[in-house]
Design a binder for this molecule. Structure first.
Ligand SMILES: Cc1cc2nc3c(=O)[nH]c(=O)nc-3n(C[C@H](O)[C@H](O)[C@H](O)COP(=O)(O)OP(=O)(O)OC[C@H]3O[C@@H](n4cnc5c(N)ncnc54)[C@H](O)[C@@H]3O)c2cc1C
Length: 379
Protein backbone atom coordinates (compact mmCIF):
# COMPACT_ATOMS: atom_id res chain seq x y z
CA UNK A 1 0.00 0.00 0.00
CA UNK A 2 1.28 3.47 -0.81
CA UNK A 3 1.35 5.56 2.36
CA UNK A 4 1.88 9.24 1.75
CA UNK A 5 1.08 10.25 5.32
CA UNK A 6 3.55 10.69 8.14
CA UNK A 7 3.43 8.14 10.96
CA UNK A 8 2.42 9.37 14.43
CA UNK A 9 6.11 9.23 15.44
CA UNK A 10 7.15 11.30 12.41
CA UNK A 11 4.41 13.81 13.23
CA UNK A 12 5.81 14.07 16.77
CA UNK A 13 9.28 14.83 15.38
CA UNK A 14 7.77 17.36 12.98
CA UNK A 15 6.05 19.12 15.88
CA UNK A 16 9.23 19.05 17.97
CA UNK A 17 11.29 20.54 15.12
CA UNK A 18 8.58 23.10 14.32
CA UNK A 19 8.50 24.30 17.94
CA UNK A 20 12.32 24.43 18.05
CA UNK A 21 12.36 26.43 14.81
CA UNK A 22 9.70 28.84 16.05
CA UNK A 23 11.42 29.42 19.39
CA UNK A 24 15.15 29.09 18.68
CA UNK A 25 15.76 29.70 14.97
CA UNK A 26 13.28 32.20 13.54
CA UNK A 27 13.86 34.92 16.15
CA UNK A 28 17.63 35.02 15.42
CA UNK A 29 17.84 34.01 11.74
CA UNK A 30 18.04 37.60 10.54
CA UNK A 31 20.83 38.42 12.99
CA UNK A 32 22.99 35.47 11.89
CA UNK A 33 22.34 36.39 8.28
CA UNK A 34 23.61 39.91 8.94
CA UNK A 35 26.61 39.03 11.08
CA UNK A 36 27.67 35.74 9.52
CA UNK A 37 28.43 34.46 13.03
CA UNK A 38 28.33 30.77 13.78
CA UNK A 39 25.07 29.86 15.54
CA UNK A 40 26.61 28.24 18.62
CA UNK A 41 23.55 28.79 20.88
CA UNK A 42 21.37 26.87 18.37
CA UNK A 43 23.97 24.12 18.04
CA UNK A 44 23.92 23.84 21.85
CA UNK A 45 20.12 23.97 22.07
CA UNK A 46 19.57 21.22 19.51
CA UNK A 47 21.47 18.83 21.77
CA UNK A 48 18.83 19.36 24.44
CA UNK A 49 16.14 17.96 22.14
CA UNK A 50 18.39 15.07 21.08
CA UNK A 51 18.59 16.04 17.41
CA UNK A 52 22.28 16.94 17.17
CA UNK A 53 23.18 13.67 15.46
CA UNK A 54 19.99 12.20 14.05
CA UNK A 55 21.70 9.41 12.10
CA UNK A 56 23.65 8.02 15.08
CA UNK A 57 22.71 4.41 15.79
CA UNK A 58 21.02 3.64 19.12
CA UNK A 59 23.94 1.45 20.26
CA UNK A 60 26.15 4.57 20.21
CA UNK A 61 23.62 6.67 22.07
CA UNK A 62 21.89 8.28 19.07
CA UNK A 63 18.22 8.36 18.03
CA UNK A 64 18.91 6.40 14.79
CA UNK A 65 16.21 8.19 12.84
CA UNK A 66 15.34 7.00 9.36
CA UNK A 67 16.11 9.37 6.49
CA UNK A 68 12.48 10.26 5.80
CA UNK A 69 11.99 11.39 9.39
CA UNK A 70 15.24 13.37 9.16
CA UNK A 71 13.95 15.10 6.01
CA UNK A 72 10.78 16.12 7.87
CA UNK A 73 12.86 17.66 10.67
CA UNK A 74 15.32 19.34 8.29
CA UNK A 75 12.47 20.92 6.31
CA UNK A 76 11.30 22.56 9.55
CA UNK A 77 14.80 23.82 10.47
CA UNK A 78 15.24 25.21 6.94
CA UNK A 79 11.84 26.90 7.17
CA UNK A 80 13.47 28.95 9.91
CA UNK A 81 16.91 29.35 8.33
CA UNK A 82 18.69 27.35 5.64
CA UNK A 83 22.07 28.35 7.06
CA UNK A 84 21.18 26.87 10.44
CA UNK A 85 19.74 23.77 8.73
CA UNK A 86 23.01 23.38 6.80
CA UNK A 87 25.02 23.68 10.00
CA UNK A 88 22.83 21.21 11.86
CA UNK A 89 22.85 18.89 8.81
CA UNK A 90 26.65 18.64 8.78
CA UNK A 91 26.67 15.83 11.31
CA UNK A 92 24.35 13.80 9.10
CA UNK A 93 26.39 14.34 5.94
CA UNK A 94 29.68 13.43 7.61
CA UNK A 95 28.19 10.38 9.30
CA UNK A 96 27.01 8.66 6.11
CA UNK A 97 30.51 7.43 5.08
CA UNK A 98 30.86 5.88 8.56
CA UNK A 99 27.44 4.23 8.32
CA UNK A 100 28.33 2.95 4.84
CA UNK A 101 31.83 1.63 5.47
CA UNK A 102 32.80 2.06 9.12
CA UNK A 103 33.75 -0.85 11.37
CA UNK A 104 32.76 -1.13 15.02
CA UNK A 105 35.77 0.78 16.33
CA UNK A 106 35.35 3.59 13.78
CA UNK A 107 31.65 3.95 14.55
CA UNK A 108 32.42 4.12 18.25
CA UNK A 109 34.99 6.88 17.66
CA UNK A 110 32.92 8.88 15.19
CA UNK A 111 29.47 8.64 16.76
CA UNK A 112 30.97 8.85 20.25
CA UNK A 113 32.30 12.29 19.30
CA UNK A 114 29.08 13.50 17.68
CA UNK A 115 26.62 12.14 20.22
CA UNK A 116 28.67 13.81 22.98
CA UNK A 117 27.93 17.11 21.25
CA UNK A 118 30.78 17.34 18.73
CA UNK A 119 30.46 18.50 15.14
CA UNK A 120 31.43 16.61 12.01
CA UNK A 121 32.66 17.76 8.61
CA UNK A 122 32.80 16.20 5.15
CA UNK A 123 35.93 17.15 3.19
CA UNK A 124 35.80 16.13 -0.45
CA UNK A 125 35.96 19.32 -2.55
CA UNK A 126 39.31 20.82 -3.57
CA UNK A 127 40.41 23.79 -5.65
CA UNK A 128 40.89 21.41 -8.60
CA UNK A 129 38.13 18.93 -7.78
CA UNK A 130 34.57 20.19 -7.49
CA UNK A 131 32.03 18.49 -9.73
CA UNK A 132 34.73 16.02 -10.76
CA UNK A 133 35.34 14.41 -7.37
CA UNK A 134 37.64 11.87 -9.01
CA UNK A 135 40.20 14.64 -9.55
CA UNK A 136 41.03 14.90 -5.84
CA UNK A 137 44.75 15.73 -5.47
CA UNK A 138 45.07 15.33 -1.69
CA UNK A 139 47.20 12.25 -1.06
CA UNK A 140 47.42 9.76 1.80
CA UNK A 141 50.65 7.75 1.88
CA UNK A 142 50.92 4.66 4.02
CA UNK A 143 53.88 4.76 6.42
CA UNK A 144 53.99 1.80 8.78
CA UNK A 145 50.84 1.82 10.89
CA UNK A 146 49.82 5.26 9.75
CA UNK A 147 48.67 7.27 6.75
CA UNK A 148 50.20 10.69 6.12
CA UNK A 149 47.77 13.14 4.50
CA UNK A 150 48.82 16.16 2.42
CA UNK A 151 46.59 18.48 0.43
CA UNK A 152 44.05 21.30 0.46
CA UNK A 153 40.28 21.13 0.72
CA UNK A 154 37.95 24.05 0.11
CA UNK A 155 34.34 25.06 0.75
CA UNK A 156 34.16 22.74 3.75
CA UNK A 157 31.00 23.30 5.78
CA UNK A 158 31.68 23.76 9.53
CA UNK A 159 35.38 23.25 8.73
CA UNK A 160 36.60 25.76 11.30
CA UNK A 161 34.32 24.45 14.03
CA UNK A 162 34.09 20.68 13.59
CA UNK A 163 35.80 18.14 15.84
CA UNK A 164 36.02 15.26 13.41
CA UNK A 165 36.10 14.94 9.61
CA UNK A 166 35.77 12.48 6.82
CA UNK A 167 38.61 13.35 4.47
CA UNK A 168 38.91 11.97 0.96
CA UNK A 169 42.46 11.48 -0.29
CA UNK A 170 44.15 9.45 -2.98
CA UNK A 171 46.13 6.40 -1.91
CA UNK A 172 47.08 5.79 -5.55
CA UNK A 173 47.03 8.79 -7.87
CA UNK A 174 47.71 6.66 -10.97
CA UNK A 175 44.32 4.99 -10.50
CA UNK A 176 42.47 8.37 -10.61
CA UNK A 177 39.06 8.02 -8.91
CA UNK A 178 39.70 4.31 -8.25
CA UNK A 179 42.62 5.36 -6.04
CA UNK A 180 40.47 7.52 -3.76
CA UNK A 181 40.12 6.52 -0.09
CA UNK A 182 38.16 7.89 2.86
CA UNK A 183 39.61 8.57 6.32
CA UNK A 184 38.36 9.64 9.71
CA UNK A 185 40.49 12.59 10.81
CA UNK A 186 40.13 14.31 14.17
CA UNK A 187 40.53 18.09 14.22
CA UNK A 188 43.20 17.93 16.90
CA UNK A 189 45.65 16.06 14.64
CA UNK A 190 48.82 18.03 14.09
CA UNK A 191 49.20 19.62 10.65
CA UNK A 192 45.61 20.77 10.06
CA UNK A 193 45.16 24.49 9.50
CA UNK A 194 42.11 26.48 8.56
CA UNK A 195 42.58 28.82 5.61
CA UNK A 196 40.28 31.27 3.86
CA UNK A 197 36.75 31.66 5.20
CA UNK A 198 34.09 32.20 2.51
CA UNK A 199 31.86 35.25 2.77
CA UNK A 200 28.75 33.90 1.16
CA UNK A 201 25.69 35.25 -0.60
CA UNK A 202 23.39 33.13 1.56
CA UNK A 203 23.29 30.46 4.29
CA UNK A 204 25.42 32.86 6.26
CA UNK A 205 24.74 31.03 9.53
CA UNK A 206 26.95 28.24 8.20
CA UNK A 207 30.73 28.23 8.29
CA UNK A 208 32.56 27.45 5.01
CA UNK A 209 36.35 27.31 4.93
CA UNK A 210 39.48 26.08 3.25
CA UNK A 211 41.38 23.36 5.14
CA UNK A 212 45.05 22.52 4.68
CA UNK A 213 46.56 19.18 5.59
CA UNK A 214 50.34 19.15 6.01
CA UNK A 215 51.84 15.78 6.97
CA UNK A 216 48.75 14.92 9.00
CA UNK A 217 49.22 11.47 10.50
CA UNK A 218 46.27 9.21 11.25
CA UNK A 219 46.33 5.58 12.39
CA UNK A 220 45.88 3.07 9.55
CA UNK A 221 42.71 2.01 11.36
CA UNK A 222 41.12 5.32 10.37
CA UNK A 223 40.78 4.19 6.75
CA UNK A 224 37.08 3.55 6.01
CA UNK A 225 36.59 0.30 4.12
CA UNK A 226 39.57 -0.52 1.93
CA UNK A 227 41.98 1.59 -0.09
CA UNK A 228 40.35 2.62 -3.36
CA UNK A 229 36.77 2.51 -2.00
CA UNK A 230 36.62 6.24 -1.36
CA UNK A 231 34.90 7.24 -4.58
CA UNK A 232 32.16 4.64 -4.10
CA UNK A 233 31.71 5.78 -0.48
CA UNK A 234 31.52 9.44 -1.60
CA UNK A 235 28.92 8.70 -4.29
CA UNK A 236 26.78 6.61 -1.91
CA UNK A 237 27.04 9.40 0.65
CA UNK A 238 25.82 11.95 -1.88
CA UNK A 239 22.90 9.68 -2.82
CA UNK A 240 21.90 9.70 0.85
CA UNK A 241 22.46 13.41 1.34
CA UNK A 242 20.83 14.85 -1.77
CA UNK A 243 17.19 14.38 -0.70
CA UNK A 244 18.12 16.13 2.56
CA UNK A 245 19.29 19.11 0.49
CA UNK A 246 15.91 18.76 -1.23
CA UNK A 247 14.25 19.02 2.19
CA UNK A 248 16.21 22.23 2.90
CA UNK A 249 14.99 23.59 -0.44
CA UNK A 250 11.37 22.67 0.39
CA UNK A 251 11.66 24.43 3.77
CA UNK A 252 12.98 27.60 2.11
CA UNK A 253 10.30 27.56 -0.59
CA UNK A 254 7.52 26.94 1.94
CA UNK A 255 8.72 29.86 4.04
CA UNK A 256 8.67 32.14 0.97
CA UNK A 257 5.15 31.01 0.08
CA UNK A 258 3.91 31.68 3.63
CA UNK A 259 5.50 35.13 3.62
CA UNK A 260 3.71 35.89 0.34
CA UNK A 261 0.35 34.66 1.56
CA UNK A 262 0.58 36.91 4.61
CA UNK A 263 1.70 39.84 2.49
CA UNK A 264 -1.02 39.68 -0.17
CA UNK A 265 -3.71 39.37 2.50
CA UNK A 266 -2.66 42.62 4.12
CA UNK A 267 -1.36 44.66 1.16
CA UNK A 268 -3.83 47.10 -0.43
CA UNK A 269 -2.77 49.01 -3.52
CA UNK A 270 -5.15 51.55 -4.98
CA UNK A 271 -7.75 50.39 -2.48
CA UNK A 272 -7.91 46.75 -3.67
CA UNK A 273 -6.33 43.97 -1.59
CA UNK A 274 -3.57 42.24 -3.56
CA UNK A 275 -5.04 38.86 -2.59
CA UNK A 276 -8.14 39.63 -4.65
CA UNK A 277 -6.12 39.79 -7.90
CA UNK A 278 -6.59 36.58 -9.85
CA UNK A 279 -3.09 36.80 -11.30
CA UNK A 280 -1.67 36.81 -7.77
CA UNK A 281 -3.92 33.94 -6.74
CA UNK A 282 -2.71 31.86 -9.72
CA UNK A 283 0.89 32.56 -8.82
CA UNK A 284 0.32 31.42 -5.24
CA UNK A 285 -1.40 28.27 -6.48
CA UNK A 286 1.51 27.48 -8.80
CA UNK A 287 4.02 28.06 -6.01
CA UNK A 288 2.08 25.79 -3.66
CA UNK A 289 1.85 23.00 -6.26
CA UNK A 290 5.61 23.15 -6.78
CA UNK A 291 6.36 23.01 -3.06
CA UNK A 292 4.06 20.00 -2.61
CA UNK A 293 5.57 18.19 -5.62
CA UNK A 294 9.11 18.83 -4.43
CA UNK A 295 8.29 17.46 -0.98
CA UNK A 296 6.69 14.35 -2.50
CA UNK A 297 9.82 13.75 -4.59
CA UNK A 298 12.04 14.07 -1.52
CA UNK A 299 9.90 11.66 0.46
CA UNK A 300 9.58 9.19 -2.42
CA UNK A 301 13.39 9.02 -2.83
CA UNK A 302 13.74 8.40 0.89
CA UNK A 303 10.89 5.88 0.97
CA UNK A 304 12.75 3.90 -1.71
CA UNK A 305 15.94 4.14 0.33
CA UNK A 306 14.07 3.01 3.46
CA UNK A 307 12.69 0.01 1.58
CA UNK A 308 16.21 -0.95 0.46
CA UNK A 309 15.39 -0.26 -3.21
CA UNK A 310 17.59 1.61 -5.73
CA UNK A 311 17.07 5.34 -5.31
CA UNK A 312 20.09 7.09 -6.84
CA UNK A 313 18.10 8.52 -9.78
CA UNK A 314 15.20 9.59 -7.54
CA UNK A 315 17.67 11.15 -5.09
CA UNK A 316 19.19 13.29 -7.86
CA UNK A 317 15.70 14.17 -9.16
CA UNK A 318 14.48 15.19 -5.71
CA UNK A 319 17.51 17.40 -5.09
CA UNK A 320 17.50 19.08 -8.49
CA UNK A 321 13.74 19.59 -8.65
CA UNK A 322 13.38 20.87 -5.08
CA UNK A 323 16.34 23.22 -5.50
CA UNK A 324 14.93 24.63 -8.74
CA UNK A 325 11.56 25.05 -7.01
CA UNK A 326 13.20 26.89 -4.12
CA UNK A 327 14.84 29.28 -6.56
CA UNK A 328 11.65 29.81 -8.60
CA UNK A 329 9.35 30.21 -5.59
CA UNK A 330 11.63 32.60 -3.71
CA UNK A 331 12.16 34.71 -6.86
CA UNK A 332 8.39 34.77 -7.42
CA UNK A 333 7.89 35.76 -3.78
CA UNK A 334 10.25 38.71 -4.25
CA UNK A 335 8.31 39.69 -7.37
CA UNK A 336 4.92 39.48 -5.64
CA UNK A 337 6.17 41.55 -2.72
CA UNK A 338 7.62 44.16 -5.06
CA UNK A 339 9.93 46.75 -3.54
CA UNK A 340 9.49 45.29 -0.06
CA UNK A 341 10.53 41.87 -1.39
CA UNK A 342 13.78 43.39 -2.64
CA UNK A 343 14.45 45.03 0.69
CA UNK A 344 16.37 43.52 3.58
CA UNK A 345 13.34 44.48 5.67
CA UNK A 346 11.53 41.49 4.17
CA UNK A 347 12.30 37.86 4.88
CA UNK A 348 12.02 36.79 1.24
CA UNK A 349 15.19 38.68 0.25
CA UNK A 350 17.19 36.32 2.52
CA UNK A 351 15.18 33.30 1.36
CA UNK A 352 16.06 34.00 -2.28
CA UNK A 353 19.78 34.25 -1.43
CA UNK A 354 19.59 31.09 0.69
CA UNK A 355 17.74 29.14 -2.01
CA UNK A 356 20.61 29.46 -4.48
CA UNK A 357 23.00 27.19 -2.60
CA UNK A 358 20.62 24.24 -2.89
CA UNK A 359 21.28 24.26 -6.65
CA UNK A 360 25.03 24.13 -6.02
CA UNK A 361 26.19 22.00 -3.09
CA UNK A 362 26.22 18.21 -2.91
CA UNK A 363 26.54 18.20 -6.68
CA UNK A 364 25.25 21.05 -8.82
CA UNK A 365 21.88 20.71 -10.50
CA UNK A 366 23.70 20.24 -13.82
CA UNK A 367 25.49 17.23 -12.31
CA UNK A 368 22.15 15.89 -11.01
CA UNK A 369 20.83 16.05 -14.56
CA UNK A 370 23.85 14.08 -15.77
CA UNK A 371 23.16 11.45 -13.08
CA UNK A 372 19.47 11.28 -14.07
CA UNK A 373 20.22 11.07 -17.80
CA UNK A 374 22.81 8.33 -17.22
CA UNK A 375 20.15 6.28 -15.42
CA UNK A 376 17.61 6.90 -18.18
CA UNK A 377 19.99 5.97 -20.97
CA UNK A 378 21.46 2.94 -19.21
CA UNK A 379 18.15 1.05 -19.04
C1 LIG B 1 28.34 26.98 0.81
C2 LIG B 1 29.01 25.75 0.30
C3 LIG B 1 29.20 24.69 1.17
C4 LIG B 1 29.88 23.54 0.70
N1 LIG B 1 30.12 22.51 1.59
C5 LIG B 1 30.92 21.48 1.19
C6 LIG B 1 31.34 20.49 2.14
O1 LIG B 1 30.97 20.52 3.31
N2 LIG B 1 32.16 19.51 1.71
C7 LIG B 1 32.60 19.43 0.43
O2 LIG B 1 33.37 18.50 0.12
N3 LIG B 1 32.21 20.35 -0.51
C8 LIG B 1 31.39 21.37 -0.14
N4 LIG B 1 31.01 22.34 -1.05
C9 LIG B 1 31.47 22.24 -2.44
C10 LIG B 1 30.35 21.92 -3.42
O3 LIG B 1 29.91 20.60 -3.28
C11 LIG B 1 30.91 22.23 -4.81
O4 LIG B 1 30.99 23.64 -4.89
C12 LIG B 1 30.05 21.71 -5.93
O5 LIG B 1 30.15 20.31 -6.00
C13 LIG B 1 30.45 22.29 -7.30
O6 LIG B 1 31.81 22.27 -7.49
P1 LIG B 1 32.57 23.59 -7.98
O7 LIG B 1 32.12 24.70 -7.14
O8 LIG B 1 34.02 23.30 -8.02
O9 LIG B 1 32.02 23.84 -9.44
P2 LIG B 1 32.65 23.32 -10.82
O10 LIG B 1 32.82 21.84 -10.77
O11 LIG B 1 33.84 24.14 -11.14
O12 LIG B 1 31.47 23.66 -11.81
C14 LIG B 1 31.25 24.97 -12.34
C15 LIG B 1 30.03 24.92 -13.23
O13 LIG B 1 30.24 23.98 -14.29
C16 LIG B 1 29.22 23.00 -14.30
N5 LIG B 1 29.79 21.70 -14.65
C17 LIG B 1 30.88 21.11 -14.14
N6 LIG B 1 31.08 19.91 -14.72
C18 LIG B 1 30.09 19.75 -15.63
C19 LIG B 1 29.74 18.73 -16.55
N7 LIG B 1 30.45 17.60 -16.64
N8 LIG B 1 28.65 18.92 -17.34
C20 LIG B 1 27.91 20.04 -17.24
N9 LIG B 1 28.19 21.04 -16.39
C21 LIG B 1 29.26 20.91 -15.60
C22 LIG B 1 28.69 22.99 -12.88
O14 LIG B 1 27.37 22.49 -12.84
C23 LIG B 1 28.79 24.45 -12.49
O15 LIG B 1 27.66 25.13 -13.02
C24 LIG B 1 30.32 23.47 -0.64
C25 LIG B 1 30.09 24.55 -1.50
C26 LIG B 1 29.47 25.68 -1.05
C27 LIG B 1 29.29 26.84 -1.99
Amino acid sequence: MVDLLLTPEQQRYQELARKFTREKIIPVAGTYDRTGEFPWPIVEAVKEIGLNCMTAPKEYGGPELDSLTISVIVEEFAYGCAGVATTLGGNGLSSYPVLIAGNEEQKRLFFGTLVAGGLGGFALTEPGAGSDAGAVATVARRQGDEYVINGTKCFITTGAMADIFIVFASTNTALKHRGLSAFIVEREREGITIGHEEHKMGIRASNTVEMRFKDVRVPAGHLLGREGEGFKIAMQTLDMARPIVGAIAVGVARAALDECINYVKSRRDGGRPLASEQLVQFKLADMAMKVETARLMVRRALALKGAGLPYSKESAMAKAYAADVAMEVTAEAVAIMGALGYSKDSRVEKLMRDAKITQIYEGTNQIQRIVIANHLLRG
